[in-house]
Design a protein around this ligand. Structure first.
Ligand code: ZN
Length: 114
């Protein structure tokens, strides 16, 4: 009997935060716990859209591997600056992998006014 593939606990995920397109997620379960503490009317949307990136660009995978093998000699925020260079590619991918998404380039809650 085949086992259902498990959602990876770490990796690139769409919308780890409501104001980010994608990020490296260190701990999926921990992030879900945080989301469950958000305002109740936001939880459903956040959980629906917080999901693994299926087709992570090869260069991005390489970047993470190099970082992990380096013994983290450089800071995480430096790596995140590199992620930004992949934005155009990731935005195109996002359209395919994240249908019915209210993301407007800045937030998952474009209707929110605060
Ligand atoms: Zn989305």
């Amino acid at each position: 009997m085949k086992r259902k593939p498990k959602i990876p606990k770490t990796g690139f995920f769409w919308h780890v935060h409501h104001d980010e397109l994608f990020e490296w997620c260190h701990n999926y379960d921990l992030r879900v716990e945080h989301i469950l503490k958000k305002p109740s009317h936001e939880i459903k949307r956040r959980l629906r859209l917080f999901k693994p990136v299926q087709n992570v660009p090869r260069e991005l995978k390489k970047l993470i591997k190099e970082f992990q093998n380096s013994g983290s000699n450089y800071a995480w925020w430096e790596l995140e600056q590199w992620f930004k260079t992949y934005y155009p590619e990731m935005e195109a991918l996002h359209k395919k992998e994240c249908p019915r998404c209210p993301w407007n380039g800045k937030t998952l809650f474009p209707e929110r006014t605060d």
